[in-house]
Design a protein around this ligand. Structure first.
Ligand SMILES: Cc1ncc(COP(=O)(O)OP(=O)(O)O)c(N)n1
Ligand SMILES: Cc1ncsc1CCOP(=O)(O)O
Ligand SMILES: [Mg+2]
Length: 520
């Protein structure tokens, strides 16, 4: 294998059928890859003859023709991710499974399989039954399978009637093949107007709730979704982020193509670039919300009802937001005129309450926006301005108590999925990190970068957002260029050889009149 030359643009393959009508299959896949910033390659399994109203022929290629495409691609254009669509017969399934086994032995590659076997019209798309080969050979080589409800029934032989049966079947499919399962919900609305997908990755079930779009142009949605997920995986997005961005990309395509007329039947879903509007993104179902019952959740008696809506910040832009680990640092920075601060004590020792009390007293006398990290009970008891919690704290903390005490709440997020999840609580601000590599905390698996930050800021232009992680004085300009209104820093200040000078430079870059605390 040669070293990859085109390293700037991730290479994604589709192994799928050509749709002569241009709405689905390889044609939809390549449009999707290009739209999301990837270079697409294709290995065509079948030259289907179809238009928007009929599938006339499948025209499978021989396994030799398929294999020659795969081997040729592998020699020069090694994939960062692969999407698999229509495999036209059992021989092709076995050939692709064998190829993937060898390829993945060279380098791990995420493989997303959209198990296309029957067209929405009901006509079979394969030559003969491929069920056994798919289940025993192909799915074990895949990382994610994206069946719709018919395909889920086909692969599990289970009758799907509601949320519980969707989850049971997804679990069974996972146990059979070891791949995560994203069940797409286009064929069954569990609640009116909601088109929801279930992700089961062997550990956690997540419902991604989308809004129904009235459109005839739905052809190619499954192909487009699985390709968008493959593209996002190639761009380095974790599975859950890839799924929510993929769903948003399809939603945008449905919405913007709704009034187009292409052909007499089901026209193609559109391909309109990166989704930047929150309305296209699914809502992540949160435990404890009323409608979770309809999605088979909230079955435990001790489930806390969801709390939503925390005290609002006085400004969308908090400007400079130093995070420090002692009352001494707090005092120094307050003396220098910093107005938003966080006390983050990771090694509490004996006098934790006393430190929080002292911090709150400083906060009061300098009129600070003072957040206490982790210790939400102490923050409430001592009357802090706010509390900052991580994702893992959301289930454990008493959010109702934080809300009723009137404290502001900041929540950490690490990517699109967590951002959407945390936003469901409508906290006072959302933190996004780690933007860059940092020595302050091990965040190596959760680096976001400024491009992703900009895309997340675009989703919530009016909500207070804070960027954190590895932000130095030199990096501040490119961070604020994303539109984020607040920048949290630890080592840029606490490890500076001259913190007063660094602080003055940071403030000059970050603070404008909107970032000041309004006088009480
Ligand atoms: C502003 C801000 N953003 C993120 C964090 C991280 O908080 P958390 O996820 O709770 O992790 P720890 O800080 O507890 O390690 C933060 N503290 N502040
Ligand atoms: C607490 C925390 N949460 C995400 S990154 C981070 C550390 C930020 O520290 P630094 O500004 O020194 O990189
Ligand atoms: Mg914390």
């Amino acid at each position: 294998m040669r070293d990859q030359i085109l390293t700037d643009t991730p290479i994604v393959w589709t192994i799928a059928g050509s749709d002569s009508g241009g709405g689905a299959g390889v044609q939809a896949d390549l449009l999707t890859f290009a739209d999301l910033g990837c270079h697409g390659c294709s290995a065509i399994t079948a030259n289907t003859a179809q238009n928007t109203v009929e599938v006339v022929a499948i025209n499978a290629v021989s396994t030799a023709v398929l294999d020659s495409q795969l081997q040729t691609l592998q020699r020069d254009l090694f994939p960062i991710a692969i999407k698999i669509g229509l495999l036209a017969n059992a021989e092709q399934v076995l050939a692709v499974a064998d190829f993937l086994r060898t390829l993945k032995g060279l380098k791990p590659v995420p493989v997303i399989y959209d198990p296309v076997a029957v067209a929405t019209s009901g006509s079979g798309l394969t030559e003969g039954d491929i069920t056994a080969e798919v289940k025993s050979h192909l799915i074990p080589q895949c990382d994610l399978v994206t069946p719709n409800l018919h395909e889920l029934e086909w692969l599990t032989q289970m009758k799907i009637g509601g949320a519980d049966s969707i989850l049971s079947a997804a679990r069974q499919l996972y146990i059979q093949g070891g791949a995560a399962v994203l069940v797409t919900g286009g064929h069954l609305q569990l609640r009116p107007g909601e088109v929801s997908d279930l992700l089961w990755d062997g550990y956690k079930a997540d419902w991604f709730i989308g809004r129904e779009v009235q459109s005839e142009n739905t052809h190619g949605t499954g192909c487009t979704l699985s390709s968008a997920i493959a593209a996002c995986r190639a761009l380095g997005y974790p599975l859950r982020d890839a799924c929510v961005v993929g769903k948003a990309y399809v939603q945008r395509g449905l919405r913007l193509a709704a009034n187009k007329h292409i052909g007499a039947g089901a026209g193609p879903v559109g391909h309109y670039g990166w989704p930047l509007e929150l309305a296209d993104f699914p809502e992540v179902l949160v435990p404890g919300e009323t409608r979770a019952q309809d999605y088979g959740l909230n079955t435990q008696d001790n489930m806390q009802p969801r709390v939503q809506g925390f005290a609002e910040m006085d400004s969308r832009k908090l400007g400079l937001y130093p995070v420090v680990d002692s009352v001494e640092w707090l005092q120094r920075l307050a003396d220098q005129g910093v107005r938003t601060l966080q006390l983050r004590i990771k090694d509490p020792g004996e006098g934790l309450r006393q430190q929080v009390e002292q911090a709150v007293a400083i906060g009061r006398s300098y009129n600070l926006r003072l957040f206490i990290n982790d210790y939400w009970q102490l923050a409430i008891e001592c009357g802090a301005y706010g509390v900052h919690l991580g994702q893992e704290d959301l289930q454990a903390a008493d959010l109702a108590a934080i809300q009723s005490s009137g404290l502001k709440l900041g929540i950490s997020t690490h990517g699109f999925y967590e951002l959407l999840l945390a936003y469901r609580y409508r906290p006072s601000y959302l933190a996004i990190g780690a933007i860059y590599a940092t020595n302050t905390k091990d965040m190596s698996e959760q680096l976001q970068g400024v491009q992703k930050l900009a895309r997340m800021v675009a989703l919530l232009p009016d909500h207070p957002l804070v960027a954190i992680g590895g932000i130095s004085l030199q990096r501040v300009p490119e961070v604020i260029a994303t539109g984020v209104g607040s920048v949290a820093v630890v080592s840029a200040i606490t490890k500076s050889v001259n913190y007063k000078r660094t602080l003055a430079e940071l403030k000059a870059l970050l603070e404008d009149k909107h970032a000041e605390v309004e006088p009480c």
